[in-house]
Write a protein that binds this ligand. Structure first.
Ligand code: HEM
Length: 184
């Protein structure tokens, strides 16, 4: 059987979709949390929260699908030009990114369940997370951890983008193309 050098089409689409959503989520999260800190609870703040919750919940759903697709189709083998140390470093960073991309939205969802502040776009409510009690102190703690995880995630993503760009621009070794589109 010939192994594709690319990730499965579904994995590639989900990768760029999640990347775009997280790219929006982090600045919107920092912006709205900053406004809440300054006690500005106007229409703009509410809109930012509503979008953040809706997009964050979408990321969680997409990550579940992404993990299923990855389990089903796996990853293409790395080229022999990469050292064992490089492939172990890449795989470890990818696993950490997956973990944070699941835990961060879960913590946000748990926080809005505990607060409770489940209202999102169009006045619809997100479902409450099972087993999470209404408890404001717990919500505050969950939001703190949510924010810390999100910032760690953003930092790791910068490293991830840096590594991808080194492969694309400097090493030109086809690693970037594994996650890209067009002709093989
Ligand atoms: C990958 C997904 C997510 C990322 C990357 C993310 C990122 C962030 C960031 C960067 C902040 C600002 C933290 C700070 O400056 O203190 C934040 C705050 C917040 N997020 Fe998320 N978020 C995600 C998913 C979610 C989800 C699914 C929900 C709820 C359904 C949610 C609800 C909130 C809330 C309510 C706050 C404000 C907390 C506060 O006011 O202290 N987030 N998020």
């Amino acid at each position: 059987m010939t192994m594709s050098i690319r990730y499965a089409t579904g994995s590639r689409i989900l990768h760029w979709l999640v990347a775009a959503l997280v790219f929006v989520l982090v600045p919107v999260g920092i912006w709205m949390a900053g406004r809440a800190e300054m006690d500005i609870f106007d229409d703009l703040t509410n809109t930012l929260y509503a979008w953040h919750k809706a997009i964050g919940a979408t990321v969680l759903v997409l990550m579940v699908i992404r993990i299923i697709v990855k389990q089903r189709y796996g990853s293409p083998p790395y080229s022999a030009t990469l050292s064992r140390r490089q492939t172990v470093a890449a795989t470890s960073l990818h696993h950490l990114l997956y973990l944070l991309l699941v835990l961060t939205p879960l913590l946000g969802w748990a926080g809005v369940t505990a607060f409770p502040a489940l209202i999102t776009l169009g006045g619809y409510n997100l479902p409450a997370m099972p087993l999470v009690p209404e408890d404001q102190a717990l919500a505050t703690r969950l939001f703190e951890i949510h924010g810390a995880f999100a910032l760690l995630l953003a930092t790791l993503i910068i490293g991830h983008i840096g590594a991808a760009l080194i492969h694309l621009v400097i090493r030109k070794d086809g690693v970037f193309q594994r996650m890209w589109f067009g002709r093989e």
